[in-house]
Design a binder for this molecule. Structure first.
Ligand code: CA
Length: 139
C-alpha cells in the first residue's frame, strides 16, 4: 500500500479549517493544520508535505508571503491558494508566486478535492520525469 498523501491546511477560520480537516481525512489524507500565518509558515518550512492548502487572508503573515518563502526554500513544493479574493490582480499575484492552483471561496468541496488530486498527480509525474532525466544523464 502506498503511504497517505500529507496535506498541510493553513486557515484561520476555525469552521473552515476543521471542515477541511475532516474532508481530507475522509479522503485518505494525513492532515496537519495551522490557524495563523506564523504557525503556517513554520510548519510549511518544516517540509514533508505533499501539498499545502494555503488561505491568503491570515493573521500574522499572509498566504502570499508564506507561498513566496516556501517557494524560495523549495521551488517544487505543491501549493494551492485558497481565498475570498477573486480580483484578477490577486489571482495573477498568487500564480506568479508559483502557486499551482487557486481556489476562490466559497468553493465546492468536490471541486477542491479534485483540484488537490490534480496538483498531486502533476507533482508526481514531474518527479518521475526529473528522476528519468537524472537516470538518462548517467548513460
Ligand atoms: Ca482567512
Amino acid at each position: 500500500m502506498t503511504r497517505k498523501p500529507r496535506l498541510l491546511i493553513v486557515e484561520d477560520e476555525t469552521a473552515i479549517r476543521s471542515g477541511l480537516l475532516d474532508l481530507f481525512v475522509f479522503h485518505g489524507f494525513e492532515v496537519d493544520s495551522a490557524a495563523d500565518g506564523r504557525e503556517g509558515l513554520r510548519k510549511a518550512l518544516g517540509g514533508g508535505f505533499d501539498l499545502i492548502l494555503l488561505d491568503v487572508m491570515l493573521p500574522g503573515i499572509d498566504g502570499f508571503e508564506i507561498c513566496n518563502r516556501v517557494r524560495a526554500a523549495d521551488p517544487e513544493q505543491p501549493t494551492i491558494l485558497l481565498t475570498a479574493k477573486t480580483s484578477d490582480e490577486d489571482i495573477i499575484q498568487g500564480l506568479s508566486l508559483g502557486a499551482d492552483d487557486y481556489v476562490a471561496k466559497p468553493f465546492s468541496v468536490t471541486q477542491l478535492v479534485l483540484r488537490v488530486h490534480a496538483v498531486l498527480r502533476r507533482a508526481r509525474s514531474g518527479q518521475e520525469e526529473r528522476a528519468f532525466i537524472r537516470l538518462g544523464d548517467g548513460w
